[in-house]
Design a protein around this ligand. Structure first.
Ligand SMILES: [Zn+2]
Ligand SMILES: [Zn+2]
Length: 277
């Protein structure tokens, strides 16, 4: 009988059955991942990392307190036990280098990202850990966001959402449709015709959905939402606009090591690799 060690966040009686199944299947897997911080969870050789993939900084013009320092954001993330933070300002990457510098040696993995406003809704794009911020600035100009629009959520890309998804892919990044049910900027709640929303949902470069109604996770995961048959990975995230909001929503993601490749793999294998708290 394989013994299952559950982390504190999963009470034994509440452990999802698929997690136990995965733990049994991979139970002999070796513990070889580097410890990032004490909140990381090891379930029978599987390493679950606490991730908040949608967080803003004062580079977003709508941030609550524009005097907040990068160190405060990193500190707040560590305090809430996060292993992984996605830095996703509105239409800008100007905070990325400062956050990366503040996080260095602190045990917090940073995904450089952007929350893009597109005519088809907001989309979170995440890139390789060490991508130069100049490459990200080139990406912004490639999707039609000139410098004067950086940080301003009310300015939309000159590219359609589907063009943005493809451009992200060309730059090596991954796409998560942001807060999909939130009016008016979630892709389900824009003014676009329904057939275009269905096409966005089916788009091969859309890697996951950020949902705000966690009760619907299984429906999206299993392609059971009416008219939306594609099975999609789901996350939830804080969309923090203040340090104290960081980690208010998060997911546990099974990754051998934190990297864009492992995140991509977790989205593909989401039934076992992504757990809502
Ligand atoms: Zn948004
Ligand atoms: Zn946001």
């Amino acid at each position: 009988m394989i013994q299952l060690i559950l982390p504190a966040v999963f009470r034994a009686s509440q452990a999802p059955s698929f997690l136990i199944a995965a733990g049994q299947r991979l139970g002999s897997g070796k513990w070889n991942a580097k410890h990032l911080n004490s909140e990381m969870n090891d379930v029978n050789g599987l390493t679950y990392r606490k991730a908040d993939l949608h967080v803003h900084t004062p580079e977003s013009l709508c941030y609550r307190d524009l005097s907040v320092r990068p160190e405060q954001i990193v500190g707040a993330a560590l305090e809430t036990g996060l292993d992984i933070l996605g830095v996703t300002d509105h239409n800008t990457v100007e905070a990325i280098d400062d956050i990366r510098a503040a996080a260095r040696g602190q045990g917090l993995f940073i995904f450089p990202g952007i929350e893009l406003s597109t005519p088809g809704g907001h989309v979170i794009v995440l890139f390789e850990e060490n991508i130069p911020s100049d490459d990200l600035r080139n990406f912004l100009s490639a999707v039609g966001l000139p410098r004067e629009s950086w940080g301003d959520a009310s300015v939309m890309t000159q590219s359609s959402l589907e063009e943005v998804l493809e451009k992200t892919h060309q730059y090596g990044g991954i796409n998560v449709a942001a807060h999909i049910e939130r009016w008016p900027s979630g892709f389900l709640e824009t003014g676009l015709p329904r057939r275009e929303k269905l096409r966005i949902h089916e788009n091969q470069y859309l890697n996951a959905l950020e949902i705000t109604i966690p009760q619907n996770k299984d429906l999206w995961n299993n392609g059971l939402m009416r008219d939306f048959p594609r099975r999609h990975a789901c996350i939830q995230a804080s969309d923090a606009h203040a340090p104290e909001e960081i980690g208010r929503r998060f997911v546990q993601i099974e990754m051998e090591r934190p990297s864009l490749e492992c995140l991509r793999a977790a989205f593909v294998d989401h039934q076992t690799k992504i757990v809502f708290p």
